[in-house]
Write a protein that binds this ligand. Structure first.
Ligand SMILES: [Zn+2]
Ligand SMILES: [Zn+2]
Ligand SMILES: [Zn+2]
Length: 244
């Protein structure tokens, strides 16, 4: 059985082009139609469809991939750019059968979406495979994205390993590094180009260094700001698909 990953979006919290920005990256976006919607991923396995994060662009993202029925949703953390689209989704499909998140993230989303009644989340570690389309999913890799509790995740299908850091600075606990070591495909947050340090995110070379340190066989950088050029090596593009 194969796993298919689609990058529904690869942008940061503002997306690219940034509203009102005339930098070269945003200007090219405006003329070429290129763009980065906010980062979220679609994972498919034997007909099962899982969303990782529900970005504010979710409606558009689902329409782009043919408006599939979603079987499960996972959230990595409670930041607007990672959950705000759930409102649109919920009005179309109600609850997916499976969803999981750190309990504190669900508590926060419940505050924001007082009109939605969230079911108790699945425990974040070692979710039962039957609820996740036969995939083994570990949403237990605490990363470092202060002050929001944030978790990287590992998806396993037999010997195939796919990892995602979620939003994080490079100072990731060793336990999480162990979890994400040796992935066949690895996605890492890379907000800014080299030379710009951010307390909550990795920059371009920090993300590439992490992929090397974790022995990723292949990797793509996501959660990219408008400061990252369109042709930077190793970046993901909206709509990219990977079959493993
Ligand atoms: Zn710009
Ligand atoms: Zn975040
Ligand atoms: Zn984010």
């Amino acid at each position: 059985m194969t796993v298919k990953i689609t990058l529904l979006g690869t942008g940061d919290t503002t997306g690219t082009p940034l509203v009102g920005c005339t930098c070269p990256v945003c200007s090219e976006a405006a003329t070429s139609g290129r763009g980065r919607l906010r980062t979220s991923l679609l994972v498919e396995h034997d007909g099962f469809k899982l969303l990782i994060d529900t970005s504010p662009d979710l409606r558009q993202q689902l329409l782009r991939v043919g408006a599939p029925h979603i079987d499960a949703v996972l959230w990595t953390h409670g930041h607007y750019d990672h959950f705000a689209g759930f409102n649109d989704f919920y009005r179309v499909q109600k609850y997916p059968p499976g969803y999981g998140a750190p309990p504190e993230v669900v508590a926060y989303m419940q505050e924001q979406f007082h009109f939605i009644r969230f079911a108790p989340p699945t425990r974040r570690n070692r979710m039962s495979r039957s609820r996740w389309g036969g995939l083994r999913i570990t949403l237990g890799g605490a990363v470092n994205h202060p002050p929001a509790p944030t978790y990287g995740l590992l998806i396993e299908d037999g010997d195939t390993r796919i990892g995602y850091t979620a939003d994080t600075n490079p100072d990731i606990p060793q336990r999480t590094k162990n979890l994400l070591d040796g992935c066949d495909l690895f996605f890492a947050d890379a907000l800014f180009p080299d030379g710009i340090m951010h307390p909550k995110h990795m920059n371009y070379s920090e993300a590439i260094a992490l992929a090397g340190e974790l022995h990723a066989k292949d990797f793509r950088l996501v959660h990219l700001s408008h400061k990252i050029g369109w042709d930077a090596p190793h970046i993901g593009y909206d709509g990219d698909t990977f079959v493993l």
